[in-house]
Design a protein around this ligand. Structure first.
Ligand code: HSE
Length: 306
């Protein structure tokens, strides 16, 4: 194979109870990438549409991720990478992760798959390091693996795939402001109290159990964030009002998607999700804030070939 075109999906990281360790993959929003072998022994980003991002491979998340993969292989095969960005940068739904994960996925396929998708995660994390100053895996893992992913450990890296209950729907609201992950990480407190840690690991364990048993009510009871949300939510317009609306209309939970500004309402089934989407749209009608709003199923397969 000389050339491959892929779809690299958006993702929601943290999911309230799992800061930096939990994420899920979305269905219809994502970037498209075209990767072709070249004879130049060079990794080149030849074209980017849909966003103003650097073409230099050391400054582009796709470039650094592919360089990490090629360095591990000790191969000097060259590639031309074209990226059509559909996920906005700084939106909180894994824009940098999609580019980095998509690039390593495509290159791996063109090399006849020397790595599993799980093994590609650590290369894609180099893109996150460039983008945010921190090599978190909670967006790149679900982008590569689909469904829900849990980072059991960063050192050594161990990522688990979790089941996706069939009726989970994610209502994603993206207020048209940009929050850089680097900035929203900088405001998080570095220490947590024992009582909030207890609350958090209880909720995370219960959420994982609920995914295995498709216990939607337990999912709902577990979607709380005592640590990061109180600090970050002040950056997001109408956060408290939107949360109240979602919870009053039967959402299982509501929280910040990754580092924001997008927020998510996790719902059981299409009718609740559409209702929540509708009340968000009604609420925002007379507010002077641009936004995008959509409902997604959980994407069980992650990145796919087009
Ligand atoms: N876990 C990361 C954060 C995800 O919240 O900073 C960034 O998308």
């Amino acid at each position: 194979m000389e050339e491959i075109k892929i779809f690299a999906p958006a993702t929601v990281a943290n999911l309230s109870c799992g800061f930096d360790v939990l994420g899920c993959c979305l269905q219809n929003v994502g970037d498209e990438m075209l990767v072709r072998k070249n004879d130049l022994k060079e990794i080149r980003i030849t074209k980017i549409t849909g966003a103003d991002l650097p073409l230099q491979i050391d400054r582009n998340v796709a470039g650094v991720a592919v360089q990490a993969l090629m360095a591990r292989l000790g191969s000097r095969q060259g590639f031309n990478i074209e990226i059509d960005k559909k996920i906005r940068s700084g939106s909180g739904i894994g824009s940098s992760a999609a580019s980095a994960a998509g690039a390593v996925y495509a290159v791996n396929k063109l090399l006849d798959e020397p790595f599993t998708n799980n093994e590609l995660i650590e290369f894609a994390m180099q893109g996150e390091l460039l983008a945010s100053g921190n090599a978190h895996a909670d967006n790149v893992a679900p982008a590569l693996l689909g469904g829900f992913s849990l980072v059991r450990s960063y050192d050594p890296l161990e990522i688990l795939s979790l089941p996706a209950p069939p009726e989970v729907r994610m209502v994603i609201l993206h207020p048209m402001i940009e929050i850089k992950t680097r900035d929203s990480r900088a405001i998080i407190k570095q220490n947590v109290t024992l009582s909030s840690a207890i609350a958090q690991w209880g909720n995370l364990g219960a959420f994982v159990s609920a995914l295995y048993t498709s216990d939607y009510a337990l999912m709902g009871r577990s979607l709380h964030d005592a640590i990061v949300e109180p600090v970050r939510s002040i950056l997001i317009p109408y956060f408290d009002e939107l949360k109240l609306l979602a919870m009053n209309h039967a959402a299982l939970g509501f929280g910040i998607s990754g580092s924001g500004p997008s927020v998510f309402a996790m719902c059981k089934g299409d009718s609740v999700a559409e209702k929540v989407q509708g009340v968000f749209a009604d609420f925002l009608k007379d507010k002077k804030m641009g936004y995008e709003l959509h409902v997604s199923e959980i994407n069980k397969t992650g990145i796919r070939i087009l």
